[in-house]
Design a protein. Structure first.
Length: 157
C-alpha cells in the first residue's frame, strides 16, 4: 500500500505540474496571428499626359499606419524617367506609357501606380543667327540655328 501511495502521489504531483505549466484549467490558447494591416496608399494624379522631358508633381497619402512615408519608383526603371524623393517625376525623352509607383514605407506590399503617357519631344522655338545679313551673288553667309525642345536646347546641324 505504501508503494501504491507513492505512485498515486507522484501521479498527482505530475498532474499539478502539468496543469500549472499550461495555465491551469484555462481554455487552450489560439495561435498568435498578426493583426491585419489596414494600410491604404492613394496617389494623385491617377494618370497624366506629358511631353518628353517634362516634369509633373505627384503626391501620395498613406492611411492605416503611423508611418505616412512612401518610397517612389518607376515601374519601368530608369528607361521610364526619374522621380525625386518628393514625388517630382521627369519624363524620359522616349515616347511611351510609363508608371509612377508609390509604395508604403511601413508595408512594402502596399503600393499604387499612376500611368504617365509621354508624347514625343516638342520643338518650342528655333533661333537663327545672325538675324539678318548680306551675301554677294554666288557668295555665302554663315548661319547657325539653336533649337529649343521640351528636352533642352541644341545646335542644329
Amino acid at each position: 500500500m505504501a508503494a501504491r501511495r507513492a505512485s498515486l502521489s507522484q501521479v498527482l504531483l505530475l498532474l499539478v505540474a502539468t496543469l500549472t505549466g499550461c495555465g491551469g484549467n484555462s481554455a487552450p490558447s489560439s495561435p498568435v496571428q498578426a493583426a491585419p494591416t489596414g494600410i491604404v496608399v492613394t496617389l494623385s494624379p491617377g494618370s497624366t499626359v506629358l511631353d518628353a522631358c517634362q516634369t509633373s508633381a505627384f503626391s501620395a497619402a498613406v492611411t492605416g499606419s503611423s508611418d505616412p512615408g512612401v518610397v517612389w519608383s518607376i515601374q519601368e526603371g530608369a528607361a521610364g524617367g526619374a522621380i525625386t524623393g518628393g514625388g517630382v517625376y521627369t519624363a524620359p525623352s522616349t515616347a511611351g506609357t510609363y508608371h509612377v509607383v508609390a509604395t508604403s514605407s511601413a508595408d512594402a506590399t502596399k503600393s499604387i501606380a499612376s500611368a504617365v503617357t509621354v508624347g514625343p519631344e516638342k520643338v518650342v522655338s528655333v533661333t537663327i543667327t545672325p538675324g539678318s545679313g548680306y551675301a554677294l551673288v554666288n557668295g555665302t553667309l554663315a548661319l547657325s540655328a539653336m533649337v529649343t525642345t521640351s528636352c533642352g536646347t541644341f545646335a542644329a546641324r
